[in-house]
Design a protein around this ligand. Structure first.
Ligand code: NAP
Length: 330
């Protein structure tokens, strides 16, 4: 490699457009834009032309076989992630894959084991974890700026309509996997991966996926997280962490460019701004490019263990909610 990671996209849908914009902003600064692969050659060509990628492929297999791609960004529907990441890894490519990394923890663990055995970089594109604002929240919490951390709250609730992959179980739909994964990632990032238990309640959509879920997580020392997600409520995405002497507020949980530190003693509020260089997706890409260049198998911001812990929470909640729904239907 020439110091520039040759970057390609598999699945040029809605989110891939934002990631391509961010990738274009890093052109020559760690990335070159190599190729786009779609199941439709015409769609790949128009996407590649729009964002300045060199090549367009009409199949995912052709991209996996491309000798001039180093790093593939996988942006297909949730239940296809594991299959598409494996396709790329087996062809010797490094991979960054959209959230949720897989449908469940078991599948994610198998894919990470494959990546490690091949010495390839592989990570979940949980873009929030790479943002400067979130890094600052973690530093503030660790430095004692809010005293002893006790309670974390977060929610991601937006009415979504007309998006098949969000309501179809076979594409990994549902509020929890698509939206709730962010509050979970936030809680794990701020309170650590070693949670003791999780519990919650879901309301099913007509297709059987969860329409909304309200849930909690508990850590051994008594820290609690109270979290929710919904595909029908209009509450946006927000988060807050409270400790014994104050709290940190994130008015935008995912698209986070501003945080506020509120001190309980005098009620004062300190606002801190972290404007994006581009659209926010550049941080995960820059981190992936440096990790690939450094020969790492995972980035420090998004270790494999964090992806596995988040899916463990989702697995437990989905199992509990399915059992409750089965009892109710008797
Ligand atoms: N990080 C974020 O902020 C963020 C935001 C939204 C979504 N996401 C994640 O990104 C992924 C894609 O979401 P999206 O909203 O971009 O979806 P989308 O607009 O529906 O695009 C998905 C792409 O996957 C490909 N695909 C392959 N097999 C498919 C199938 N059986 N059905 C439908 N599409 C198929 C399609 O590409 P071709 O047909 O061209 O091959 C399509 O363009 C999801 O995992 C989602 O959770 C992340």
């Amino acid at each position: 490699m020439s110091g520039q990671t040759r970057f390609s996209i598999l699945g040029p849908g809605h989110i891939a457009e934002k990631v391509a914009t961010a990738a274009a902003s890093l052109r020559g600064r760690g990335l070159t834009l190599r190729a786009v692969a779609s199941r439709d050659q015409g769609r790949a060509e128009s996407f590649a032309r729009r964002f300045g990628f060199e090549r367009a492929f009409g199949s995912y297999e052709a991209l996996a076989a491309d000798p001039e791609t180093d790093l593939v960004y996988v942006a297909t529907p949730n239940t296809l992630h594991a299959r598409h990441v494996q396709l790329c890894l087996q062809a010797g490519k490094h991979v960054i894959c959209e959230k949720p990394f897989a449908d469940n923890e078991h599948d994610a663990a198998a894919v990470f084991a494959l990546a490690r055995s091949l010495g390839l970089f592989c990570c979940e594109a949980m873009w929030m974890r790479f943002l400067p604002a979130h890094r600052r929240v973690r530093e503030l919490v660790a430095s004692g700026a809010i005293g002893e951390p006790r309670l974390l709250q977060a929610s991601f609730a937006v009415p979504v309509s007309g998006k098949e992959r969000l309501i179809r179980p076979e594409l990994g739909g549902g509020a929890l996997l698509d939206l709730g994964i962010y509050p979970v990632a936030f809680a794990l990032m701020q309170f650590g991966l070693d949670f003791e238990e999780t519990d919650g309640v879901s309301l099913p959509a007509p297709t059987g996926v969860d329409d909304q879920t309200s849930f909690s997580m508990r850590w051994a020392d008594g820290r609690l997280a109270s979290l929710s997600c919904s595909m029908t409520a209009a509450d946006g995405a927000w988060g807050r962490v409270a400790g014994t002497t104050g709290r940190i507020e994130l008015p935008q949980l995912t698209r986070c460019e501003r945080i506020a530190l509120v001190r309980h003693s005098d009620g004062s509020t300190e606002t801190m701004d972290f404007p994006f260089d581009c659209n926010g997706y550049e941080y995960e890409l820059a981190s992936a490019a440096s990790a690939v260049a450094a020969g790492l198998v995972e980035p420090p911001e998004m270790p494999h263990a964090a992806t596995l812990a988040a899916l463990r929470v989702c697995d437990a909640l989905r199992a509990r909610c399915a059992a409750a729904a089965a009892l109710l239907s008797k």
